[in-house]
Structures are given as C-alpha cells and as structure tokens.
Design a protein around this ligand. Sequence first.
Ligand SMILES: *Cc1c(COP(=O)(O)O)cnc(C)c1O
Length: 417
Amino acid sequence: MSATIAAKKKEGLAIRGGKPAITQPFPQPVRWGGIEKRQLDEMLEQKSLFYWNGPQTRLLVERFQKLYPLKHVMPCSSGTAALHIAVAAAGIGPGDEVITTAITDMGTVIGILYQQGVPVFADLERYTCNPDPSDVQKKITPRTKAIIAVHLMGNPCRIDELRDLADRHKLVLIEDCAQAWGAKFRGKPLGTVGDIACFSLNDFKHIGCGDGGIVASNDGRFGPVLQKFGDKAYDRVGGTRTPEFLAPNYRITEPQSAVAAAQLTRLEGIVEKRSAMGFRLTSRLEDIHGIHPHEVNEGNRCSFWFYILHPDFRALSCSRKEFVEALKAEGVPCSEGYIAMPLYKYPIFQKQNFFAGRWPIREMGLTSMDYTKVSCARTEEIIANCVLMPFNEAMDEKWIDGTAEAIRKVAGHFSRE
Ligand SMILES: *Cc1c(COP(=O)(O)O)cnc(C)c1O
C-alpha cells in the first residue's frame, strides 16, 4: 500500500478526527409503561400477594402457555432458580454429569453444583456460538444424565441433533432459553423440543420483571416436581406440607407476576423487530472482508439478545481493542467480548471452591473432574476474538445500515488486503 493511500485511510476514521459514520444517538426502547401500570394496579386490589392461586401468577402462566404449549409451568424467582429446579426435577444427584457449554451465565451451572452434579463442558461451534453436537457426543460417559443446551444470544442450538443424542443415550434435555425469549427452531418455539425449558425474567433479558424466571415441561415425569422443588417441597396442588426431599424457596410473587404477565404481551413485537434488524445487519455485513457475522442456521428465528461480530484479526491489522475503540468512535456502542473467560476458568472452578473450599463428591471418589485440565479450543477463540454489540427493539433500518457502514469503514481501514 502506498503511503498516500495509507494516510487517506487513517484520516477517515472518527477516532483519528474524521467524521463519524453515525451521528444518530443510540436508540433506547421504552420497556414498560401503561400495560404494566394497569396490571400492577389490579394486583394491589388483591387481598394476597402470594403466588399460589394468585391471579397475576395465573395470568402469567396462561399467557406463557399461549406462546409455549407446555402443560406444567412454574414461575419462580430467577432464571438460575428455573435451571436449579430443572436439574433437580431431572433427578441429578451426586456424581451425575450434566453436559453444557462454557460461554453462559453462572446460572446455567449453579443448580448442577448444588445438586452435587458435575458440569461437563463441551465446545461450541465457532460462529453460531452454540453447542457442537459432535463434541457433546464425545463428552457422554456412563455417568452422563442430562444436557443443558444454552441458546446463546437467542440463537437456536441444533436442538434436533441434541434431542436425538439425548434419546439415544437416555439423557434429559434441558433448554436454557434465558437469552432466547421468542426465538424459534424451524418454526418451533425454543423450549418446546427439550424435556424441560428454563427462562429468565431478569432486568437485562428481552422481557423482565426486575427478577424472575419460568421453568416448564410437558413431561409427566418432571412436571409435578417443578412446583415442589421451587417451594420447599410443599405440595400446593395436593395441599400437603410433608416434604419428601430437600428444596429451596424459589417462589415468585404477585407483583413480579403482574409485570411479567404484562411484559409477555410485548414479547412478539420485541422479538419480531430484533429478529428483522439482526438479519438485516447480517445481510449488510456479508461481503465485508475480515468480518464474520453472527451466524444463524437456516430456517431459524434468532431473537438477537446481543449481536456478536467475529472479526478475523489475521485479516485485519489491528487488535480487538483498537477495533472496538474505532467502532465506538464511529458511533456504534460495542465491547470486547461477552464474558471475560470460559466458566471453567473462573476461580470457583479452578479452585474447586464449591462448598466452603471443598468438593465432597470428589473427596468421595464420585467424580475425578479437574477443571484445571479442561479446555475448549473454539470457546476460547470466540472469547478472545468476538465483539459484542448491544441490540434492542428500538433500532430501525437507518440505525442498522449506519452500523453496517461503520463496521465497513473500520474493517476497510484495517484490512490487510
Ligand atoms: C440470565 C441467564 C441465566 C440466569 O438468569 P437469572 O434470572 O439472572 O438468574 C441463565 N442462563 C443464561 C444463558 C442467562 O443468560
């Protein structure tokens, strides 16, 4: 490249004093308002704010079931609680292995550990960032009892292949849909292919109520346990209080249910918009050298919790930090990666600091797992290279096209071609 072209390229970037690609402020959605207010007013007229038989919780379940035709539904206090309930309902006990993936929220594995199970990490596919079914298969042992499929960023996993694996090896398939409200696998709502579905209603998800969660199943083996495990093993259906196993209190409350029920009426609109804008961005990025878009398998509806960009830093003459700084200067909020390290690299796993510094199942010889020896190559590659862009339903075509132009400008500037 001649010195003059190089100088010209440098001039253009906003970070070097050029004109930013986007001058529009970052779009911010209105997340709640009149619908939630009316529902909360109705809730305050009630004599009780208890979840069981509470009108708000009933409404929440009814609305949830219209979107997700699952027979047994337990609203609870968080996504983490939903996952813990699911793992307990699946019968995970001391030494049982549960295969999942290592780019996710801690909530995916907390329940496994509390039930004295062993999280086993399978690798991800490089560009969908979802479990690679062939690696999941490799991790199956005689001790494997379940798979937790994390639909990362609202991007549907290869849930048909995981379903097939689970059936062949008699494993319980749990779907972690915390980031995947409204997403669909070939037309089927995520959460309806696995045996147990888990959702989060925390403040950062597509819809929320401050904190909350839902766990649901169509399966008669697991369904009745969902309510009991979320409520001290009290049987609200039968009206008895004779606990037969150890269970925490993960109950939701009527105020949370009121907001969540109202939020559910917004879901389809939110996801429709995010999905359209996400796919639009992907189509605008496809011809940019050195940029790999957020890959979604054919026929699926991704609900784009965030948008993950995969720059190829062998094709670009910048570091990820420089790329992110340059893109931010162009007016596109973004950050280096999602979580700082795969779950197995967290101190809790490296030090096996699960129960007051000890790990009873390992001491008892029920597992030989050593997280200091675990590594998933593609998972680590994703963490080291990806760029995360916040995504929301207030984004319009102009914003998306501006974002694509900003990425084109930055990638073009640093292109080695
Ligand atoms: C948010 C999240 C959870 C946990 O949900 P909380 O409601 O925060 O407990 C679990 N799994 C994934 C993939 C999440 O994104």
